[in-house]
Each structure stands twice: as C-alpha cells, then as structure tokens.
Design a protein around this ligand. Structure first.
Ligand SMILES: [Zn+2]
Length: 317
C-alpha cells in the first residue's frame, strides 16, 4: 500500500487531475487550493492570520513559491504543506512586491532553501517603507521585525523566466501597486499569480499605488490570450477568474469617477470622503470595504488626481 505522502505526490503530479483541493488541515491559517497540475494557491483564512495570499508551483526538480505571508508562523505552515505534497526542494520564493504582508515570512522560506527573487526596488524599500505602511499601527516589535527582514538575493526590473526543469515559470514586471511589482505565471497551467495587482471583492490598499497604471495593468490581465480559461490568484480574496479581474478594474475606475465627481462639486477632505466612500460601498454590498479602507482610498485617489500623490522613490543600489 502507498503511504499517504506518496499517494498525494502521485495524485498531484497526475496531469489534468480532477482534484480541486488538497486534503484540508483545519488548523492552517490559510486554505490550500489546487489551481492547476502541481500549482497551488494558499488563500488567507477568514481570520486573516496569514495576512495575504501566497502560492507555489511544483516543477520537475523543485518548487517555486509566490510570496511569504505576513507572519513567520504562516510561512512555516506553508513550508510544511509543500513538504507534505512533494519531496522536491523549495528553490525560489518570488516576492510580488515589498509590502510586509507578502514578505514577512521570507526568512522562513530562505531557511527552507529558497533564493528570494524580487523587483529591484524592493531591496531599498523593504526595511524602511514598510514602517510607513503601518502608519499609527506600528509597534516597536513590528519595527524591529521589519528592520530584520532578509533582503532579496536576485532582483530585476525586467521579465524573467525561471525553469523548474522543463516547467516554465514567467516572472513579469508590472506597474501600478507599488512601483516595484512582479507577477508570476505558469503558462502550461494557465495560472497567473497577480499579487496585489488584483484583489477579489476586497478594497485594495492604494498607499503606494497609481490607479492610472494599475487599471491599465488589470486591462492587460483581462486581455491576456486565453483569459477566459485562466485562473488568477489575487493578493487578497479568493481564487479569481477573468470576470473578477474586470470587476476589480471597474472598482478602481468607479473610485476615480466618484472622487472626480466630488472634486467637481467642490468637495474636499472629510466631505469628499463622505460623498465618494458611501457611494462606493453602497454599489458593492458583497465586497469587504471597511470605513477606514474606503476613506484612505478616497484620500489617495484625491492626491493622485491633484498630482500630489507620493509614491516610493527607487533608491540607488
Ligand atoms: Zn501590497
């Protein structure tokens, strides 16, 4: 009789396997969902203990991980799940951007054998701009953790192909969320790990973003060859399809339109937030949009339209 681990690794390497989900582990801070042969999304659980989504690709001779969660506990649990599914070594982790909810567990992945791949701007922002990201919610413990995050080993501002044996993984530089964003796609499985270029039914964080660039990147996602058959793994929210990409892009465009309308009506500050955020929330009852998130989005959109939006500036190596 096959051992449990062997059985699982046999099943997951079966091309076109009909198994949609690996055996659930109730105590995990995320849910593992198979989105293609040997391709998995790790979706943050309802308590948001992982902080964001991640994922991984099992190739011929190793594993590539996409993002590392916020907590080292979640990253350790992810390494455990990967080892449960395959005996192949973890060789890479790609950070889709510098935000700590996606990079907080990097050291765990590196200790498990991964080379950290990121956009070239991530090295300059990881230990500094992540402190601003938390605003008034920063604590001395969190600050110390951020300042000790491992810096990426391999950086790029161009597209990159990673070969896992004969399996091709495409890393692409895209614009919109931070100024240092990468996506990861697996052409043979029609899966795109979009990082925070895509949020499914959750209000996005625009702190470092440009809605202009971001909505253009989402238009590119929706226009990809075979988009109708592509699975999109967002940075936050559940596994998505091309309709979700269009819905998210429409959200960004609605936000811009509502803030433009409010500005034309002479509104600013709290009055502008009141006007735009309420309409945005009311139009999307099935989305999770906290008052704090909606207010921040309106202010950032207002700054972008006014030309005063501050975005992270690339630092010299
Ligand atoms: Zn982010």
């Amino acid at each position: 009789m096959l051992s449990h681990a062997l059985l699982i690794s046999f099943l997951v390497t079966l091309p076109g396997s009909a198994i949609a989900q690996a055996a659930p582990s109730a105590s995990l801070p995320f849910v593992i969902k198979q989105v293609g042969p040997g391709v998995y999304a790790a979706i943050d659980g309802p308590d948001h203990k992982a902080g964001s989504n991640a994922g991984f690709v099992i190739g011929d001779d190793g594993v590539l991980v996409v993002d590392a969660f916020f907590t080292t506990d979640a990253a350790r649990a992810l390494v455990g799940e990967i080892h449960r599914l395959t005996p192949k070594p973890i060789r890479y982790v790609v950070n889709t951007h510098y935000h700590a909810d996606h990079t907080g567990g990097d050291q765990v992945l590196r200790d498990a054998g991964a080379i950290i791949i990121a956009h070239r701007n991530v090295r300059g922002w990881l230990r500094t701009n992540n402190i601003n990201l938390f605003g008034d919610r920063i604590t001395p413990e969190l600050k110390a953790r951020i300042e000790a995050l491992p810096l990426p080993d391999l950086v790029t501002d161009k597209d990159l192909t990673v070969w896992l044996g004969a399996r091709k993984v495409k890393v692409q530089a895209v614009l919109g969320h931070t100024g240092g964003d990468l996506t990861v796609s697996v052409p043979d499985a029609k899966v795109l790990f979009a990082g925070d270029m895509l949020w499914r039914k959750v209000a996005p964080n625009l702190i470092d973003g440009s809605v202009k660039e971001w909505s253009a990147t989402d238009a590119d996602f929706a226009a990809m060859p075979d988009a109708a058959h592509t699975t999109y793994v967002p940075g936050h929210g559940d596994v998505a399809d091309v309709k979700d990409v269009q819905e998210f892009r429409a959200y960004l465009l609605d936000l811009r339109r509502l803030v433009e309308e409010g500005r034309k009506a002479g509104l600013s500050g709290d009055a502008l937030v009141q006007y735009s955020a309420q309409k945005l929330k009311a139009s999307r009852p099935d989305w999770t949009i906290s008052d704090r998130a909606a207010a921040a989005e309106v202010r950032y959109m207002d700054q972008e339209l006014a030309g005063t939006k501050q975005r992270p500036v690339p630092k010299p190596d």
